[in-house]
Write a protein that binds this ligand. Structure first.
Ligand SMILES: C[S@@+](CC[C@H](N)C(=O)[O-])C[C@H]1O[C@@H](n2cnc3c(N)ncnc32)[C@H](O)[C@@H]1O
Length: 228
């Protein structure tokens, strides 16, 4: 299955808005840490509903936001959710970013990077388009240490990269980025039912759900493009 066919279907089923609501629990904390200033240009890789750019326009006054996604239906939906002409949603692929070298101040990506089939190529592209001192904030919920996310692969028809924390750091460095921070952000908002309501469709036990959301949550790796 391709990114396009998988995620076009998600968009058609309205899952883009569902993801936005769920991901916002931790995404908002990661976004608030980005050193974005008024007038900056921000690129969102795997933008989905495009919520991150809308938030950065409202809260930071970014000058330009580009939301790139490989699924045309996702892009179509994202365009419908805003009429702000400082934000543009484009169909494209992580592996060949349609931007000039040193043209982007900051990159955001939530729950998208691990769908890359050649993640090292994507990081090289990120490194190429970032201006010196620019940052990439890469947030993922599917990662090695968060064991109760591993079975997601069975639900998605695209090969997913199950990296651990150290692999993210090493790959960022190999692409020429400085690793400025790595952290997990727990999801404290999702409601976890009492133990007697398990198993659920998603979790065998309450402990598993606590581990997934409260212990591990979102893994954030922050890279900085070196100056000069
Ligand atoms: C799980 S969704 C996350 C969307 C959004 N970032 C969020 O937090 O809700 C992943 C998105 O990444 C996009 N995507 C996956 N692989 C891609 C690739 N190689 N190039 C461009 N977009 C890709 C998908 O089309 C999908 O919209």
């Amino acid at each position: 299955m391709s990114v396009r066919s998988e995620f076009d279907q998600w968009a058609a089923d309205g899952k883009d808005r569902g993801m936005e609501q769920r991901h916002w629990h931790t995404a908002k904390h990661a976004l608030s840490r980005m050193p974005v200033e008024s007038g900056d240009t921000v690129l969102d890789l795997g933008t989905g509903s495009g919520y991150a750019l809308r938030a950065l326009r409202e809260t930071r006054g970014i000058g330009r936001g580009y939301g790139l996604d490989g699924a045309p239906e996702m892009v179509r939906n994202a365009r419908e959710y805003t009429d702000d002409d400082r934000i543009g949603y484009v169909i494209g692929d992580f592996h060949t970013l349609p931007f000039e070298a040193d043209s982007i101040d900051h990159i955001w990506s939530m729950e998208a990077f691990y769908y890359a089939q050649q993640p090292d190529t994507v990081l090289e592209e990120i490194s190429r388009v970032l201006s010196p001192g620019g940052t990439v904030y890469c947030a993922v919920n599917f990662f090695e240490e968060s064991v109760h996310t591993h079975d997601w692969q069975e639900l998605v028809g695209i090969e997913m990269q199950l990296w651990d924390r150290a692999q993210y750091r090493a790959a960022f460095r190999d692409a020429g980025l400085i690793v400025a921070e790595q952290d997990t952000i727990p999801d404290r908002e999702i409601e976890i039912p009492p133990a007697d309501q398990f198993p659920t469709e998603e979790f065998d036990s309450r402990e598993a759900m606590v581990d997934r959301y409260r212990e591990h949550g979102t893994l954030l790796t922050v890279g900085v493009a070196p100056e000069g």
